[in-house]
Design a protein around this ligand. Structure first.
Ligand code: AMP
Length: 582
């Protein structure tokens, strides 16, 4: 093992073992997350064989958190954040109180001192950003109303943690083991001042981002976009995300995650945000995997044998206690059951913040090592169980068709009663044109669209819309796939479309499937899974360009030997091509 390159060794070992175990997990039909965490256990210090560098792994995991929060910020506008504050703030605080109290109860039962129990409870009360985002993204609910509530809720928790990380060292001074040695000073010095200073720093950072960042950051991105260099644009995005996160920690002492979130949010107002989000995706994925590996590395499997009951109680607090609290609160705010279940499930886990808190607690002598092991064990179990929990609660409700009243809140999915119809998946640039054509020709159809803005647009046109991911067989069933005549898949990702084709074929062997693709590989993939017709975007664009070009004869040489002026053909009169001219 090359010991002189610990960073390379950690990245390589982490990614390769995670890949092998992740692929295996996928094969066994469990979430690849489980594979990543187990990979961490394999390269961690508690199992024989190679041991990766824990400190480096933790730093790599922090990169994952930064990039993820940046991505969340990119999809989150201040307006939306403020729009969910009515539920996110009381919800997050109430849930944190409940979880902390349950943790204190367990600590008390274990005979720990009150401060240890408090730190333990607090660590159980905050959910992991990475886990939550993965779950929401995978199921495409990040950009739905309930997804926004969950993210807003998480940001409140994050802010609360920023404060907790300041108060706890101060509390250690008053109540901790070293208190008598230093001589406890008044509340003013020990925690009121640091707390006030922290709040002031958070406010200063937010103000700085809203006043200065908001002008400078979009300007930098626009400037780089106009250089035309893709590489430079990507670099600019990463430099902004990492630079702001690091600067926020260095100058304002707020968490990396919060800094990155604001960097993304400031950028979200620029029309380049979509591109910025796409450019950071691959790196975000890689570092998210390293995050899960680093979690696994912390875990000492011996805790399962040594402390089975306390571990079980910890897991119960995280998975049951927290979700019951969240569910109750969301329902009290009169949200529907589906939203309540989604929000509760997305927060029924703990992760990076809990590790930071546990490490701090042990370092200050406030938390026994047993407490840290329980927190880690609880995190691992809850992270592994989370995808299962999520899958169980995010099934759509089945209700009789009631589309005409349209009174149902967005997100409620009603089964269609149509038969012999055409199902159009996606209502974006392609789907909206396709449906307009079907409408004109008088074909019965409905739209299956995952994005709430898209659903609204289609509804405004009086189209029957089902909100949901077409890759989920339940939504295909609700769209009446078994009785439908045709399926038109207009989504841009041909590989994702492949999954939809496969499900649709299973449900209806007769249906005619047309899908959109952008490469030969996607075409092949779609056909192999059962698509009858594929339309390759780039080829159609080329054909349209040729249609525009070919009627024009090359300019004949003029009598005097010079070339004549090639008159510019303008088929549409305005120089823009529209599909109706075909
Ligand atoms: P465009 O590329 O502009 O035609 O937009 C594609 C549309 O498809 C967007 O509105 C997406 O929200 C939607 N879409 C993408 N994936 C899915 C999916 N799996 N199920 C339903 N709609 C989807």
């Amino acid at each position: 093992m090359p010991h002189h390159t610990p960073l390379i060794a950690t990245i390589v070992a982490g990614l390769t073992v995670a890949f092998v175990l992740g692929a295996l997990a996928q094969r066994l039909r469990v979430s690849p997350l489980v594979g990543y965490v187990l990979a961490g256990v394999v390269v961690g210090p508690f199992t024989p064989g190679y041991v990766a560098d824990q400190a480096l792994a933790n730093e790599l995991a922090e990169m994952g958190v930064i990039l993820l929060m940046f991505g969340v910020g990119l999809h989150f506008s201040l307006k939306e954040l403020l729009a969910v504050r009515a539920i996110a703030i009381p919800g997050a605080l109430a849930q944190m109180v409940v979880a902390t109290l349950l943790g204190i109860g367990l600590g008390y039962a274990m005979g720990w001192p009150p401060i240890a129990s408090f730190v333990f409870g607090l660590a159980l009360s905050v959910a992991s950003t990475v886990v939550l985002l993965r779950a929401l993204q995978e199921r495409r609910i990040l950009e739905t109303d309930r997804g926004r509530i969950a993210v807003g809720w998480l940001i409140v928790e994050d802010l609360a943690m920023v404060l907790a990380l300041v108060i706890i060292p101060a509390l250690a001074g008053v109540l901790g083991p070293s208190a008598s040695a230093t001589g406890a000073t008044g509340a003013m010095d020990t925690w009121l001042l640091p707390l006030g200073a922290t709040i002031a720093r958070v406010v200063a950072f937010v103000a700085f981002m809203l006043i200065i960042g908001r002008r400078v950051i979009p300007w930098i991105l626009h400037y780089t976009a106009h250089t035309g260099s893709r590489e430079l644009f990507r670099l600019a995005v990463f430099a902004i995300a990492l630079g702001v996160a690091f600067g926020a920690t260095l100058l304002f002492n707020v968490s990396f995650a919060l800094g990155a979130f604001f960097a993304g949010m400031v950028l979200a107002e620029s029309e380049l945000s979509q591109r910025a989000a796409e450019e950071t995706l691959p790196l975000r994925d890689a570092f998210a995997v390293l995050f899960f590996v680093s979690v696994g590395m912390l875990f000492n499997p011996a805790v399962i044998l040594n402390d089975p009951w306390p571990l079980l109680a910890t897991v119960a607090i995280i998975i049951l206690g927290k979700s019951v609290a969240a569910l109750t609160i969301v329902r009290l705010f009169r949200y529907d059951m589906r939203s309540a279940l989604t929000i509760a499930a997305s927060l029924a886990q703990i992760g990076e913040f809990s590790f930071i808190l546990a490490a701090l607690g042990v370092e200050l002598g406030l938390l026994p090592a047993q407490g840290r092991d329980l927190i880690l064990g609880g995190a691992i179990v809850s992270i592994m169980v989370n995808p299962v929990l999520f899958g169980a609660v995010t099934r759509p409700e089945r209700r009789p068709k009631d589309v005409a009243t349209a009174a149902a809140p967005p997100g409620d999915v009603l089964a269609t009663t149509q038969g012999g119809h055409i199902i159009v998946v996606g209502y974006g640039r392609v789907g909206s044109v396709v449906t307009a054509g079907l409408e004109r020709a008088g074909h019965p159809f409905l739209v299956l669209e995952v994005d709430e803005a898209g659903q609204r647009r289609a509804k405004e046109k009086g189209i029957e819309v089902l909100g949901g991911n077409a890759a989920d067989p339940v939504f295909l069933a609700l769209a009446g796939i078994a009785r439908a005549r045709r399926l038109v898949i207009t989504i841009p990702d041909g590989f994702e479309a492949g999954g939809i084709v496969e499900q649709a074929r299973n449900a209806n062997p007769q249906i005619v499937i047309i899908a959109r693709a952008h490469s030969d590989a996607e075409v092949e993939h779609l056909v192999r899974l059962g698509a009858d017709e594929t339309i390759m975007g780039e080829r159609e664009i080329a054909h349209a360009m040729l249609t525009w070009l070919l009627p024009v004869k090359p300019p004949a040489p003029a009598q005097d030997g010079t070339t004549g002026d090639p008159a510019r053909p303008v088929p549409s009169g305005q120089g823009t091509w529209s599909p109706t001219q075909r």
